[in-house]
Design a protein around this ligand. Sequence first.
Ligand SMILES: [Zn+2]
Length: 149
Amino acid sequence: MRFQTHMDVALAQATAAAERGEVPVGAVIVWQGDVIAAAGNETRARSDPTAHAEILVIRDACKMLGVERLTGCDLYVTLEPCPMCAAAISNARIARLYYGAADPKSGGVAQGARVFSHPQCHHAPEVYDGINASAAQDMLTRFFSGLRG
Ligand SMILES: [Zn+2]
């Protein structure tokens, strides 16, 4: 399977997460045009409430590059990051954040805590929202309606 965009890789990670019974959110980190880390949510599998897709790819990318800051890296995630992940993205010095669906319930970028707009935020990435938003939203809607049904 050939992916068209980096967000497609993130969406594939979200699909894989749903198949594992995890909330379907996927993320990738791109460095110099290449995907160097890709993950979906693993909070259930790891029994770890911090195992959001964004946190996992930041950890993997830092390990791979042997650095503590991902200056020059881009992060793609299918859903608006929560405040925890937004803070991690800031600490990691991610250059650009691309996300899919808005998250009115738990998002912390365009709503809620608005972490990057906070005076204490030392680094804010460039933010591009709404990337393949309907695909990401449909996946979440299907997942949660399945849980209710
Ligand atoms: Zn998060």
